[in-house]
Design a protein around this ligand. Structure first.
Ligand code: PMV
Length: 326
């Protein structure tokens, strides 16, 4: 049993996963498409040791909370699947704020799955790693792959996995991640998924989602940035319509979120190609091209509600690194 450290990029969904058809297996109601984000990374070190009598988990310097309990649950799943009876020490760090709608659970559970199975010397395929990661966190299913990624909805655990549509070097797209608040988001996506069907607009969304996935894959294939960006932006607004109209309405946006969205529209009017998308949090992803990145960054930093801006490029699949966290 080796000590293994894995670095995994988070991702941003262009077409979003919302609603589950199986809570336990985390089978999504619909497929989704995302871009991995090099620059928003989780680094996780795992070491299984015979001398431990329980798991010791530290995430961002904190132990014994809801998140570390979720990690223990995932380690139990891995132990059960591979017939292992040994505990682990796990230390995990993000390069970006967690719990703010920037998919830290996606990169976190993919990093954990890769590091834990490697530490146990299990030699899994990318598909198997994607399936196993999915059971820890839905978006981790996509984070197990690199570049531009599609998660197939699937009706069974074996058919719900992700694959790379294009590698990271296929197309240089940038994500200017605009942080308007670093506090924890109020909406937990785990709970949010259970409310998806209660929106009167959810069934309408589901009717069109397969078409949207095919459309966005075509735009990626042909490198049609404006078409891809516009569809991703409209999809984000549709997704938030579902949140706003669920039985318990979920209002994710802060005033700063809206300020950023309006600035994106203004930038476009000035001829700068950029488009926003938002998950369940209040921070905003602004998709753009390398030639506009600096301008977008400067304009975002000039807004009164913006705390900081993180820059991301298209990221790769999880990678093993030599610097351990303990
Ligand atoms: O993986 P979860 O349960 O955190 O769900 C995340 C869902 C969205 O971020 C809103 C959309 C997506 O596909 O990433």
């Amino acid at each position: 049993m080796k000590k293994i450290t894995i670095k995994t990029a988070s991702d941003i969904a262009l077409i979003k996963y919302w609603g589950k058809k199986d809570e336990v297996l985390r089978l999504p109601e619909n497929g989704s498409v995302s871009i991995k984000l090099d620059g928003l990374d989780t680094v996780t070190t795992v070491e299984f040791r015979e001398d431990l009598s329980k798991d010791h988990i530290t995430i961002q310097g904190e132990s014994d909370n809801k998140e570390t309990a979720r990690v223990v649950k995932h380690l139990d799943r891995i132990r059960k699947q591979f017939g292992k009876d040994v505990y682990a020490k796990v230390v995990s760090q993000n390069t970006f704020p967690k719990g703010t709608g920037l998919s830290s659970s996606g990169s976190g559970f993919a990093a954990l799955t890769f590091a834990a199975t490697k530490s146990l010397e299990m030699n899994l395929s990318e598909k198997e790693l994607s399936i196993l990661s999915r059971q820890g966190s839905g978006t981790a299913c996509r984070c197990a792959c690199g570049g531009f990624v599609e998660w197939l909805d699937g009706d069974t655990s074996e058919t719900s996995y992700s694959h790379s549509i294009q590698s990271p070097d296929f197309w240089d797209v940038r994500d200017v991640v605009v942080v308007v608040d670093e506090g924890k988001k109020k909406i937990s996506s785990t709970e949010g998924h259970t409310l998806a069907q209660s929106s009167p607009f959810y069934s309408e969304r589901q009717k069109r989602i397969k078409g949207k996935i095919e459309e966005i894959k075509g735009y990626i294939e042909n490198k049609e940035f404006d078409k891809m960006g516009m569809l991703a932006e409209k999809e984000a607004l549709e997704f938030h319509t579902i949140l706003l109209t669920s039985e318990t309405p979920m209002i994710a946006w802060y005033p700063g979120t809206v300020e950023v969205m309006q600035e994106v529209v203004r930038l476009r009017e000035e001829g700068i190609s950029c488009y926003f998308t938002i998950n369940t949090g209040f921070n905003v992803h602004v998709l753009t091209l390398p030639e506009y990145e600096k301008q977008v960054q400067e304009r975002m930093m000039a807004l009164s509600s913006v705390q900081k801006v993180l820059l991301a490029k298209v990221g790769d699949k999880p990678q093993e690194v030599n610097e351990h966290l303990f």
